[in-house]
Design a protein around this ligand. Structure first.
Ligand SMILES: [Zn+2]
Length: 88
C-alpha cells in the first residue's frame, strides 16, 4: 500500500504540481490523493484560478518586461492544458 501524502502536504505541494515542478512519483501521489479527497480537489481548483489574478497583482513575481510576460504566458498555457486534462 502506497503511503499517500496528508491533506496538508498535498496542499503545500499543489502549487508545484500545477507548475509541473514535481517528480513523476510525487505527481502520482498527489493525483491519488486528489482522487480520494474532494476537499483537496476543491482546494486545487481554487488554486488554479488564483495565479492568473495574483501574478498580475504582484509585480515582484511577474515583472512587466517582455521576457516576464512571455514566461507568465507560458506558465498560464501550461496550467490551462492541465485544467483541460482534468485533475484525475
Ligand atoms: Zn486531502
Amino acid at each position: 500500500m502506497t503511503f499517500l501524502p496528508s491533506c496538508r502536504e498535498t496542499r503545500e505541494r499543489l502549487t508545484d504540481y500545477s507548475e509541473g515542478a514535481l517528480s513523476v512519483r510525487e505527481r502520482a501521489l498527489l493525483r491519488m490523493h486528489l482522487l480520494i479527497c474532494s476537499a483537496c480537489t476543491a482546494f486545487f481548483r481554487g488554486l488554479l484560478a488564483v495565479p492568473r489574478v495574483a501574478r498580475f497583482l504582484l509585480p515582484a513575481e511577474a515583472p512587466p518586461s517582455r521576457e516576464g510576460t512571455e514566461a507568465l504566458s507560458a506558465v498560464l498555457r501550461r496550467i490551462s492544458r492541465q485544467r483541460e486534462k482534468g485533475v484525475g
